[in-house]
Design a protein around this ligand. Structure first.
Ligand SMILES: [Zn+2]
Length: 261
């Protein structure tokens, strides 16, 4: 079933459509996004529908990994797996974990632009336990002194230091199970400051995904691929929306928040 694709691609498409030359350049992060952006460009010329664009991407990903991206009836794709794969990129930084007992050093690159927001090591992470929003979580995750993200060595949790060396254009957060509130915007600074605005939210519940897209002028549009097809419903403006209400959409709970420069 394709609703994970519908929900996430609705957000990506609307970001892209606001400035197609700019986002065509910026979104070509990898071969999957190349295929998707080529398809988006064809839809603009009416040589393709969005449904065909989605199906082409689905077939491409299914050929790469039939377990993660199944095509058979009744088998669903995780929207987090999909987002992580689509936002794979060249290395933007690193996560370094050093064991205080054996001095073993584990280094992994930050090579995709989706952050998974952990809350499972609450007891160790005072700061993370105090994080109520995406912005606060990101600040504690990028803390120079390190944070506990679930890496273990010598039978103990060890701290990891996450460092971004380049600023991405688009960032997603996997929020499932965290209750972290999606901020309207946040900034990151590496030499220059870049501001990221909330542009989309993906919701999950009862085996179905839906999404919200936020335009440049902060209008919030709701999309349910299955019910409304390509038409969206205007729900209000982000400026006068209580951010906590964005944690839910009907009986579904937020699972992804997508920010773009
Ligand atoms: Zn160790």
């Amino acid at each position: 079933y394709s609703c994970a694709y519908d929900a996430l691609l609705n957000v990506f498409y609307n970001i892209w459509a606001e400035n197609t030359p700019k986002w065509s350049r910026r979104m070509r992060l990898n071969e999957h996004m190349n295929i998707l952006i080529n398809s988006f460009e064809k839809t603009k010329e009416h040589h393709m529908t969005l449904e065909q664009a989605r199906d082409d991407l689905r077939i491409h990903l299914n050929n790469l990994n039939r377990m993660k991206f199944p095509m058979r009836r009744g088998a669903g794709t995780s929207v987090a797996d999909l987002c992580e794969t689509l936002l794979a990129t060249e290395s933007m930084g690193s996560v370094i974990s050093i064991c205080t007992k054996c001095h073993n050093k584990i280094e992994v690159p930050i090579d995709q632009l989706m952050f998974t927001c952990y809350r499972n090591s609450r007891r160790d992470n005072l700061q993370e336990a105090l994080s109520h929003s995406v912005k606060q979580w990101l600040k504690s995750n990028l803390n120079r002194n390190g944070t506990y993200i679930g890496v273990k060595c010598c039978r103990t949790n060890i701290k990891s230091i996450s460092t971004l060396e380049k600023l991405p254009r688009i960032i997603a957060f996997h929020l499932e199970g965290t209750k972290l509130i999606p901020d309207k915007s946040f900034s990151l600074t590496i030499e220059t400051k870049r501001i990221y605005h909330l542009r989309g939210l993906v919701y999950f519940g009862e085996y179905h995904f839906t999404s919200r897209f936020i335009t440049k002028d902060k209008n919030i549009w709701f999309n349910d691929g299955m019910v409304t097809g390509r038409s969206c419903t205007l729900e209000g403006n982000l400026r006068d929306t209580n951010l906590e209400t964005l944690l839910q959409a009907g009986n579904k709970t937020v699972t992804l928040a997508i920010y773009a420069e």
